[in-house]
Design a protein around this ligand. Structure first.
Ligand code: PLP
Length: 399
């Protein structure tokens, strides 16, 4: 017998399992609002025009050499400008240690490994709820997890009071995972004023903020505006960590291109931290993939292509915002007595609908609508063609 004969099947990933079930359903009415990937108004995956153009420019000119361990220097440079600002002093002073990472997931994992290696007794405070994979990432990096309250089920908004209490009650110098914008799965973000209070309290407590920014541009349609949380922390002089991803905002899901950065006190420290991040990457994957990085640096390095990208991000965000309005209006027109205001108040790719797991099960069984049992609707899967059907089904199972 094989030495692995006692290995049990792993539990299904809750999100990828939804897609499997959707694909297996023969119903012509089926709707997939499970996975967090953008679709156009015909429900089709999108390749941005700026990406197509970058690919045309790259074609034939690309050699297949290894990138350096830290990845594409040009891509990283452009990526830092998005998070920290075009004219950031931190960039000018070379205070940021940054490496290309395997998209947002890889950036989070590299950070978690860095945290474990250099602060081995620390924990990470993670919002309730959060993207499920955050738990897996810090678990596999052997960093113990604590929770802080974030979402307020009754108002379907932010539980700011509890969040601030948890920040105050955490031991000084704790690590916190924050979603920079478009919180997944709730679509609930702190206001600018609330971010200021959070940043202030972090200062008082000496906490360290690690920002996961998987949706820059997807919340408001403007990447600059969506970086506000980070900029507020920087104004207050925090040394932060940041994971960036081009999966959603450039539609480069499968290219796995992203960036991990850590703000340091000076250039010398940044060089040391970068070297250590590379040391962590080397035995895992040696160096990151070249193609996606080249697409990104080609787009962001060319003013015309960058403008095209900004327009296309805004188009995606606007389509989602339009679908939020349509879904809410449809529910109200059907005479639903419940409040659906949160659909339009929440932002980003997801709507945390407040539906129970049982209601979600009915949506799937009776209406062939697929989503995670926590009631999260991926607004990116909602279209002019299915919004009426979706609204009616939601109305039927919630009345
Ligand atoms: N972080 C959050 C909050 C996410 O929602 C996601 C994707 O769903 C990611 C990170 C990472 O995505 P990727 O690894 O594809 O960049």
């Amino acid at each position: 017998t094989a030495w692995w004969h006692q290995v049990e099947p792993a539990p299904k990933d809750p999100i990828l399992g939804v897609t499997e079930a959707f694909l297996a359903d023969p119903s012509p009415n089926k709707v997939n609002v499970g996975v967090g990937a953008y679709r156009d108004d015909n429900g089709k995956p999108v390749v941005l025009e700026c990406v197509r153009e970058a690919e045309r420019r790259i074609a034939g000119n690309l050699n297949m050499e290894y990138l350096p361990m830290g990845g594409s220097v040009k891509m990283v440079e452009e990526t830092l400008k998005l998070a920290y600002g075009e004219n950031s002093d931190l960039i000018k002073n070379k205070q940021i240690a940054a490496v290309q990472a395997l998209s947002g997931t890889g950036a989070c994992r590299l950070f978690a490994d860095f945290q474990k290696r250099f602060s081995p007794d620390s924990q990470i405070y993670i919002p309730v709820p959060t993207w499920a994979n955050h738990h897996n990432i810090w678990r596999d990096a052997h960093v113990p997890q604590e929770k802080f309250l974030y979402y307020h089920p009754a108002s379907r908004g932010l539980d700011f009071v509890s969040m601030m209490d948890d920040i105050k009650n955490a031991p000084n110098g704790s690590f916190f995972l924050l979603h920079a914008c478009a919180h997944n799965p709730t679509g609930v973000d702190p206001s600018e004023e609330q971010w200021r209070e959070i940043s202030h309290q972090f200062k008082v407590k000496g906490h360290f903020a690690f920002f996961d920014m998987a949706y820059q541009g997807f919340a408001s349609g403007d990447p600059e505006r969506d970086a506000k949380s980070i900029r507020i922390f920087l104004e207050d002089g925090h040394l932060i960590g940041c994971a960036q991803s081009y999966a959603k905002n450039m539609g480069l899901y499968g290219q796995r291109v992203g960036c991990l950065s850590v703000v340091c006190e000076d250039e010398k420290q940044a060089v040391a931290v970068k070297g250590q991040l590379q040391q962590l990457a080397r035995p895992m994957y040696s160096n990151p993939p070249v193609h996606g990085a080249l697409i990104v640096s080609t787009i962001l390095g060319d003013p015309d292509l960058k403008n095209l990208w900004l327009k296309e991000v805004k188009d995606m965000a606007d389509r989602i915002i339009g679908m939020r309005t349509a879904l809410r209006e449809n529910l109200e027109k059907l005479g639903s007595p419940l409040s659906w205001e949160h659909i339009t108040k929440q932002i980003g790719m997801f709507c945390y609908s407040g539906m129970t797991p049982e209601q979600v099960d009915r949506l799937t069984k009776e209406y062939h609508i697929y989503m995670t049992r926590n009631g999260r609707i991926s607004m990116a899967g909602v279209t002019t063609g299915n919004v009426g059907y979706l609204a009616n089904a939601i109305h039927q199972v919630t009345k």
